[in-house]
Design a binder for this molecule. Structure first.
Ligand SMILES: [Cu+2]
Length: 309
């Protein structure tokens, strides 16, 4: 078993790579899936060169990138949508197959928290046996009251399988960022340059002192409903904060035609309810990191896209 840890695994701990490719479920006849927004595409300025950003992540250089017209989910995929997929296909997630997932220590009962192995670099994550998309805080937990929250504890493969069933696909990283920016050019966040404009909370991130005290001033300690907070200019919700979102692209930190071969890790975007400026600051709209495609955590979900026309 080979252990692969991508760069900048800050708040996204990587599981050992151990995956056998399985066929994707066929598209459902009439999938009950979330509302999509049609975007015209075109050229936009991708990336950032923020002074307090992470150049080593390949956030820059700022470059003009063209995307074709496409449709994008207004919201991340919800638990009740993922449940319909599982019920309709019998799909078994990687997390269930491998038997464990990463849960943030602060969300666990004391006994589970005490006994779970933790990655030394990110000791706030516990590898919890039995944690899965439908048991997000491990054995004994369930999805009561979380139907409209984003599905989490899904690997890249689990996200791609859902997308295939829904007749959709995962976004390219360029599509994701173009959509997340909501039409604003080179803004720091999907709504502008201020984190909390006029004191208004616009996203679900860690408020307080990471990782010991989350004041939940923005209303949420864990995940929020997928349509919490005001949407961006394109009508997309929670492209910053709440949960990281899987993209189709393999991870690389160089861009352009001479970028060289990419590794197995896949890009994740948007940051999560656990991101805090003091530690990771990756809820900026240009921020990026990656995880291995079989990894799953309590703060990573996804949204889907579809080609226009
Ligand atoms: Cu983070």
């Amino acid at each position: 078993m080979e252990s692969i840890r991508p760069p900048s695994a800050c708040c996204a701990p990587a599981a050992p790579a151990d995956h056998s490719i399985r066929p994707l479920p066929a598209p459902a006849d009439t999938p009950e899936t979330t509302r999509m927004v049609a975007l015209p595409g075109g050229e936009f300025l991708m990336g950032a060169e923020d002074a307090d950003g992470f150049p080593a992540d390949g956030e820059g250089p700022v470059r003009a990138v063209r995307v074709s017209p496409f449709l994008v989910d207004a919201c991340a995929v919800r638990n009740d949508e993922y449940a319909a997929f599982v019920a309709g296909t019998g799909y078994v997630t990687d997390t269930e197959r491998l038997g464990w997932s990463y849960v943030f220590a602060g969300f666990l009962p004391a006994a589970l928290r005490r006994d779970a192995p933790r990655p030394p670099e990110t000791p706030w994550w516990c590898a919890v046996a039995g944690a899965a998309w439908n048991r997000p805080a491990g054995p004994g937990s369930d999805l009561d009251g979380l139907g409209d929250h984003p599905v989490v504890h899904v690997s890249w493969y689990d996200a791609a399988a859902y997308a295939s069933w829904a007749g959709k696909r995962l976004p390219t990283e360029a599509e994701w960022e173009y959509a997340a920016r909501g039409g604003l050019e080179q803004a720091r966040y999907p709504w502008g340059d201020e984190l909390d404009p006029d004191g208004e909370y616009r996203c679900n991130i860690w408020r307080g002192t990471f990782p010991t005290r989350n004041t939940a001033a923005d209303g949420y300690r864990g995940t929020a409903p997928v349509d919490a907070f005001a949407p961006n200019g394109y009508g997309l919700y929670n492209t910053s904060g709440n949960v990281w979102e899987w993209c189709a692209d393999r991870w690389r930190t160089e861009h352009g035609t001479d970028a060289g071969p990419a590794g197995p890790a896949r890009v994740i975007r948007g940051g999560s309810h656990l991101c805090h400026a003091s530690y990771c600051n990756r809820y900026r709209v240009a921020a990026r990191t990656a995880n291995t495609p079989d990894s799953s955590t309590g703060h990573t979900g996804f949204r889907c896209v579809r080609d226009a026309g």
